[in-house]
Design a protein around this ligand. Sequence first.
Ligand code: FES
Ligand SMILES: [Fe+2]
Length: 420
Amino acid sequence: MALARDADRQEESNMSRQKLIEMTRSLVKHGEADTMELVDDVMAVPASDYTDEDRFEQEKERIFKRLPLMVAPSCELAEPGSYKAMEIAGIPVLVTRQKDGTAQAFLNSCTHRGNPVAQGSGKASRFTCGYHGWTFKNNGDLLAVASPKDFGAVDKAAFCLKKFPTLERAGLIWATLDPESTLDIASYLCGYDELLEHFGFKTWHLFEQRTIPGPNWKTAYDGYLDFYHLPVLHKDTFGADFFNRANYFAWGPHQRLSSPSKFVQKTGSDEQVDLTQMDEKDWPIDALLQGVWTIFPHISIASFYGGGGRGAMISQLFPGRNVGESFTTQFYVMEHEPTDDEVRQGAHDQFAFLETVVAEEDYKTGKRQHEALQSGMLDKVWFGRNEGGGQAFHQWVDKLIKADDAQLDAIFTPQLEAAE
Ligand code: FES
Ligand SMILES: [Fe+2]
């Protein structure tokens, strides 16, 4: 059985590596021809989609509280007993790594009278509620009621913490913040997780993390979905000659963006390698994975070589308290934990640089853009034929807001089948 499973996994891995090679082939071809893939037409989005409070409420209800969300990279909860508490669209969430090694998300709310049972993050095999002292195991079971004789009879099995459907794949943990959800998380991923597996995040190390405030969540997310703005908005940080083209590859609503070019940066140096001068089977994995990998509706993964090793910044974006606010947790993950101070400092500097780029350039612009849109004087905003990523994102937001719960499976299952 185990052997058969290993063989299946190997076959999946070979197939998805083949897909990575096909994408790279297309990027090289477009790079040589000095072209990019363009979508059919420019597309307008009503400006009010970014500013309307009712629309914002719908997005929280129908997207963030109904679809699987990537709640944590596996390395954030590396060992049995690791946990973190967080809030997503007003829902208190607790994610734990249980004794058996699996990850599980819960409603962080005591079944006695609702107080959150955990704060912050750390390691704990049990949580004692700070209000009256009920104790829960980190698998959600109610272990003990305080002063049980006085309290009265309690069927402990009926008072476990509420569980959210949870799935760990590719070194990332997803949860759906609806205990009744029947949407299969694997179907929702549309086969994208098999490609993400190639990063090997499962064994990576969480170097640093931080949370920064931002503008409306879609305004913020738009910025992760185009390269068009890079040499303009980021001219002082990335440089004015930065490439502004991206080709988009989609698995359902999840999209990868990558520059059409035959050149890739050689691992660990500034030197450029010409992929056409190499046999495809020798194309290095970081060349095959280059660019930005987004996970609908709120994740962006940018990988690079920096600070002495392979690293990635995983940005996790959530809507804030009102339509004009969001917050983003940036996880800086590294293939290897740095062992000397120089590497540690290099990684730290790179992470600080990326924070500045996002906070000072992307999000400050997003705030100004949002304030201008709130004037209500502009009816529409536009996405060009070169901004297919933003177009697809807004189309998916629209489609999912309109879809009933019962339609969700039918939306994602065919996407998964098409990817296989
Ligand atoms: S609310 Fe948790 S013990 Fe009372
Ligand atoms: Fe940007």
